[in-house]
Design a protein around this ligand. Structure first.
Ligand code: GNR
Ligand code: NI
Length: 166
């Protein structure tokens, strides 16, 4: 396994729209292992391939308290919003280190995705997992949590991160 370098906002490469994977091969399995290692190293609960400058539709997550439940989603798709009632959550992002912002998202969604065996799966997801899945799919579409806040706040974060050179 290898640690990957995480792009930091406002790196323009974070705005890339990722390409569908289609067939899950060894390179995707290796990528997902490296992404999980990178996510755990950064104490994150999710990571999208976009964040490590690989523009394929893959993300990983592990929201378990003891970090023992890694999950990999390939070509994820939100097929239905099961509860359109939006819930606010204070989100963090490994590409926007040190900042937390309230984002409102649908609280329950139905997601289809390909697993590492190449099988198409369907899952109903709610609570924190729903927050993370929507945050990661946004990354694959070049969207960041700072796009949900005011442009004044976004500018402030952009300037601070440019200066801090993390
Ligand atoms: O580690 C992370 N925590 C988090 C908290 C609330 C909502 C979403 C997240 S995902 C984030 C890791 C990350 O940047 N994923 O893209
Ligand atoms: Ni993120």
């Amino acid at each position: 396994m290898s640690l990957l370098k995480i792009l930091i906002f406002p790196d323009p490469r974070l705005r890339t729209v990722a390409e569908p994977v289609g067939v899950v091969d060894e390179s995707i399995k290796k990528l997902s292992e490296d992404m999980l290692e990178t996510m755990y190293e950064g104490s994150g609960i999710g990571l999208a391939a976009t964040q490590v400058n690989i523009h394929k539709r893959v993300f990983v997550l592990d929201i378990s308290p003891d970090k023992t439940e890694p999950r990999v989603f390939v070509d994820p798709e939100i097929v239905e919003i099961l509860n359109p009632e939006k819930k606010s959550y204070s989100e963090g992002c490994l590409s926007i280190p040190g900042f937390y912002e309230e984002v409102k998202r649908p609280s329950k969604v139905k997601v289809s995705f390909t697993d590492l065996n190449g099988q198409r799966q369907m899952d109903e997801i709610e609570d924190l997992m729903a927050v993370v899945v929507q945050h990661e799919i946004d990354h694959l579409n070049g969207k960041l949590m700072v796009d949900f806040i005011s442009s004044v706040k976004r500018e402030m974060i952009r300037k601070k991160l440019l200066k801090s050179k993390v």
